[in-house]
Design a protein around this ligand. Structure first.
Ligand code: PLP
Length: 421
């Protein structure tokens, strides 16, 4: 892999750093204890916390505390909407629960079809292919469109599911510097050595909250005869006049050949999808292994997504409200404390990274915010490089001005030893 800088996401899961199975006697999985202890000593061992309350938009009951939730992807406050709950109840009554098989066998029901049709109408494309998750959608799209003899140009900070799709494709993968279209332009000189080529990018990056330069990428794709794939996971429902994403916002939808969206973030439901031409969808249904060899989601889950899509279409005020909060937070945070790391979003989004640096420091700030009543997750490797740990503040239209104000006050109070770079 041509990798300008070590990409921590690509190291995750690469096997043990210590411990040599077979070198010492004992049960076959004994080496795991050593590995887990090593993670623990680096402050990298993740553990689950149980959410004790039903999901309520903007709030969270965790470890016995009621917290304002700045850590969810429920950007429009839809996940807890009673219309989704009611749609599920009705659909379960009519269609039951499990779908029983892959969509290609017998798992494809009327609500799956209706959701694909409604999504195609919403996205203004010819066809949509529905997946159990956005992760599965990315893996299927990338790995079915490229193979040996092809080349994929992939942004350094693309989501793990795109990275995995690239690996599975067995195509040549060229990782380009984050957002850097000039260096991508140079790397594209090699394009002619390959059969087919794909440029793939997140539209809104999940850890940095910055936008991909879609106009320039579209121009490069056209000039160098590449397919262009854009993952709108954090933008579906949120960005663009109608909520179709960053490609809509930037007016380049017609230049994006493969659009991926998720139903599990701003739509507050579950599932992912690929949107594009009829041929694209036919191909993915026939070649996308995470589609073909995986069970269809329950129809009731599709019913929840249909209800969520209705809300996205009929209540644009949620998007307007979210944009107000996106504009509000930076005004409340003292200028000297604003994250100013190079490459950080010039145009802010609903994902606000607060760069800290080291792991233990980041965990300490997250804990102190927790003690003040806010859930703001600490983002650590392998999600980000080792010295780029950060808090990630996710805004939702469900937050009140007061909640955002109080959060800003806490951020402003954080001692200088905790300040961003
Ligand atoms: C969350 C995410 C996905 C995966 O979507 P799920 O529906 O949660 O599986 C894909 N791409 C990006 C950029 C994401 O942030």
């Amino acid at each position: 892999m041509n990798n300008p800088e070590p990409d921590v996401r690509q190291d995750a899961g690469d096997g043990p750093a210590t411990g040599y199975p077979g070198a010492s006697p004992g049960p076959p999985l004994a080496w795991l204890d050593g590995e887990l202890t090593a993670l623990q000593s680096q402050n990298r061992l993740r553990s689950l916390r149980v959410r004790e309350s039903p999901h309520v938009s903007g709030l969270l009951q965790l470890d016995g505390n009621r917290l304002v939730d700045f850590g969810s992807n429920d950007y429009l406050g839809i996940a807890a909407d009673s219309r989704l709950v009611e749609a599920v109840r009705r659909a379960v009554g009519e269609h039951g629960w499990g779908s029983g098989a892959s969509p290609l066998v017998s798992g494809y029901g009327v609500l799956h079809r209706r959701l694909e049709e409604e999504l195609a109408r919403f996205e203004e494309v010819a066809a949509v292919c529905l997946f159990p998750t956005g992760f599965a959608a990315n893996v299927a799209a990338v790995s079915s469109l490229c193979g040996p003899g092809d080349v994929i140009f992939s942004d350094q900070l693309n989501h793990a599911s795109i990275v995995d799709g690239c690996r599975l494709s067995r195509a040549e993968v060229v990782v380009y510097q984050h957002l850097h279209t000039a260096s991508l332009g140079e790397l594209l000189q090699q394009r002619s050595r390959f059969r087919r080529a794909l440029i793939v990018t997140d539209s809104l990056f999940s850890m940095d909250g910055d936008f991909a330069p879609l106009q320039q990428l579209a121009e490069l794709a056209r000039r160098h005869d590449c397919m262009l794939m854009v993952d709108e996971a954090h933008a579906t429902g949120v960005w663009g006049e109608n909520g179709r994403g960053v490609a809509e916002l930037k007016g380049v939808e017609n230049s994006v050949d493969i659009r991926v969206g998720t139903l599990s973030k701003a739509l507050g439901s579950i599932g992912g999808f690929v949107a594009g031409s009829r041929a694209l969808v036919d191909w993915i249904r026939n070649r996308g292994r995470s589609y073909m060899f995986s069970t269809a989601i329950p129809e009731a889950a599709a019913a929840a997504s249909l209800a969520a899509l209705d809300i996205v279409r009929s209540e644009p005020a949620r998007r307007v409200r979210l944009r107000e909060l996106i504009a509000l937070l930076p005004k409340l945070v003292e200028r000297t404390r604003r994250p100013t790391a190079p490459g950080l979003a010039a145009i802010p989004s609903q994902i606000v990274p607060w760069l800290v640096g080291g792991e233990s420091q980041t965990l300490r700030i997250s804990k102190s915010l927790h003690d003040s009543g806010f859930f703001v997750p600490a983002i650590r490797p392998p999600a980000v490089p080792p010295n780029a740990c950060r808090l990630r503040i996710s805004l939702s239209s469900a937050h009140s001005d007061l909640q955002v104000q109080r959060l800003a006050e806490c951020l402003n109070r954080i001692g200088p030893e905790f300040g961003p770079h």
